[in-house]
Design a protein around this ligand. Structure first.
Ligand code: ADP
Ligand code: MG
Length: 589
């Protein structure tokens, strides 16, 4: 109980019950106790200690507990204890709101069932072909975990039969209802025998859930574990007052000066997610966006990249980030203050995972200060006001890192040519401190005083909860007309033209993703992106190799090939005939 490893786990899932209960004392079969102790679970979490006996007794249950409190084992262990392994029929069904959560739960159940060789667990979810799922079901699967939509599809196709169902779980019920699955859940319940045990787990208890409970459950026992949990305690909670139009600038400086491995930025709307993601990418931050809109396959790829370290910043809406469990996340930024205090708890629960500490920073516009109180009441913790780093802070931090890397670079050698060039300057009477200072400024991208600072450029006008307008969202208009205003390439960048534009649904993150993905470039290699009706202009650091051009050209956005080529400027209104063939060759758009 007192080892530090257990301490970390306890911190994560809540204190063990006072009696220091063991899983064996909960009357679970020995093989399940063994399976969880192999996972390092020494003592049941509070929700487990209270829910397992109720579920083992056969009663219906409503469990309210926030994410990370151990709900999967709370319903999963009694579920497996009740399975008859010698009967191939589907006996237990768990519904979960998203494919990722369904896969997580199915994976956990499989682990708990490691000593039950004849028990099969099948996950059913959308965005994947039916065939493999159908095959798995036809072999007989005692336990099915699925998202409501796909479960209904299989029921209707006759692949899944629930005549012998005896145990049903609605996991993350509030989220399922919020995602519009209420009717599907009702329909699935209507396919199943009325004689069955139902367990419902939820982080919150909106009236819609009480309706589901009243309709489908028999005299359920209600269990709620205290909202206050150590997940929240392991997160440092801060806020900053940031005027709306400075939010993006503030965010990029917070990210640039943060020493965390990875961060999640929460925004309220899908449109804001797109815009903020694009704005970060434009500023050289490796960021991706997920909203309810993103296809499951893309979502999984993004989460995998976040996990393996090839992605550092995820911009997400609440729904999209539900259940996300990535240890690298050390920082959560609430770019928009969450609508309900509960959502705040969920958001900051994305950090401080697995016994690590995390930091949560909430942006409040000056007139949103009042929302602070509600959040503090919910978490029963004071948020500390912090200052947003200034552009100078960012440059200072980058320079410190740069200077710190000098000894290692000297160690590597091959500096002769540079030494010679610098010596020439010094011989001409240059001041070494001045020289080094200018080199630092150039290296960290500080170009000296500018007439317009980058932050002002982003007015945030299009972030005011409205889908239209703004950079990269600038629909319509005559492409040729608009191109007259295009500025020349930024220093060190080459402007390329790709054959996807607004009319193909191209958005900056998709373009950046396709180019970086195919050519092995980094987000910072991509400069400004201008999206027109039928094409887009993209700045790329240096020049692309012919091989990279070929690869990128084959990538697709919205089903259309990217076909990238160096931009040759707007076409003249009337093209001289003799030039036509040559033009066609170089400019195929
Ligand atoms: P929830 O569904 O409430 O969000 P999970 O069931 O996903 O929570 O569990 C959160 C984490 O806690 C998982 O990594 C799980 O393995 C771990 N966990 C669950 N129960 C225990 C326990 N009794 N002891 C130690 N770790 C546990
Ligand atoms: Mg869960």
């Amino acid at each position: 109980m007192n080892s530090s490893a257990n301490g970390a786990l306890e911190e994560k899932i809540g204190r063990p019950s006072e009696s220091e209960l063991t899983f064996a004392e909960l009357d679970l079969p020995a093989h399940l106790v063994q399976a969880v102790s192999a996972l390092g679970f020494t003592s049941p979490s509070p929700i487990q200690a209270r829910a397992i006996p109720v579920l083992l007794s056969g009663r219906d249950l409503i469990g309210v507990a926030q994410t990370g409190t151990g709900k999967t084992a709370a319903f999963g262990l009694p579920l497996l204890a009740n399975i008859n392994p010698n009967d191939r029929a589907t006996q237990a069904l768990v519904l979960a709101p998203t494919r990722e959560l369904a896969l997580q739960v199915a994976g956990a159940l499989e682990t708990f069932a490691s000593e039950m060789p004849n028990v099969r667990v099948t996950a059913l979810y959308g965005g994947a072909p039916y065939m493999p799922q159908e095959k798995a079901l036809s072999r007989g699967s005692q336990v099915v975990v699925g998202t409501p939509g796909r479960v209904i599809d299989h029921l209707k196709r006759g692949n899944l039969r629930l005549e012998d169902l005896s145990y049903m779980v609605l996991d993350e019920a509030d989220e399922m209802l919020r995602m519009g699955f209420a009717e599907d859940v009702d329909e699935i319940l209507s396919f199943s025998p009325s004689q069955k045990q139902v367990a419902l787990f939820s982080a919150t208890m909106p009236p819609a859930i009480q309706r589901v409970a009243a309709e489908h459950m028999t005299n359920p026992e209600s269990i709620a574990v205290a909202r206050q949990s150590t997940t929240v305690e392991s997160v440092t909670q801060e806020y900053a007052v940031v005027p709306f139009r400075h939010k993006v600038g503030a965010l990029s400086r917070v990210l640039a000066t943060s020493d965390t491995d990875a961060a999640i930025v929460f925004v309220r709307t899908r449109a804001a997610a797109e815009e903020v993601g694009a704005a970060l990418v434009e500023r050289g931050i490796i960021a991706a966006t997920i909203s309810g809109d993103v296809a499951q396959k893309d979502r999984e790829r993004i989460v995998a990249r976040l996990r393996d370290g090839s992605l550092d910043v995820l911009v997400a809406t609440d729904v999209a980030a539900r259940g996300l469990d990535v240890e690298r996340i050390g920082l959560v930024v609430n770019f928009d203050v969450p609508g309900e205090p509960e959502a705040y708890v969920h958001r900051i629960g994305r950090t401080g995972r697995a016994g690590r500490t995390g930091r949560a920073l909430t942006f409040l516009t000056p007139h949103e200060r009042g929302k602070l109180r509600a959040i503090e009441r919910t978490t029963r913790q004071k948020l500390v006001e912090v200052e947003i780093p200034s552009p100078a802070d960012v440059s200072r931090m980058k320079t410190r890192n740069l200077l710190r890397s000098i000894p290692a670079r000297i160690e590597k050698g091959r500096l002769g040519m540079y030494r010679e060039l610098v010596s020439e300057l010094l011989a001409d009477g240059a001041d070494p401190t001045e020289l080094a200072a200018a080199l630092c400024a150039i290296a960290v991208g500080d170009n000296g005083p500018q007439p317009r600072d980058a932050e002002e450029e982003f007015t945030g006008a299009s972030l005011k909860g409205d889908d239209r307008g703004g950079r990269g969202n600038d629909r319509g208009g005559n492409d040729r007309e608009r191109r007259r205003n295009v500025r020349p390439s930024s220093k060190g960048f080459t402007t390329y033209k790709v054959s996807v534009g607004h009319s193909h649904g191209a958005k900056p993150p998709a373009i950046v993703g396709a180019i970086t993905g195919e050519a092995g470039l980094h987000g910072k290699d991509i400069g400004k992106i201008d999206i027109f009706g039928n094409f887009s202009l993209v700045e790329i650091q240096g020049e692309l190799s012919p091989a990279a051009i070929e690869k990128i050209s084959k990538a697709r956005i919205g089903g259309r090939m990217l076909r990238i080529a160096k931009d040759t400027g707007p076409k003249p209104r009337t093209e001289p005939k003799k030039d036509f063939s040559r033009r066609r060759k170089n400019d195929r758009y």
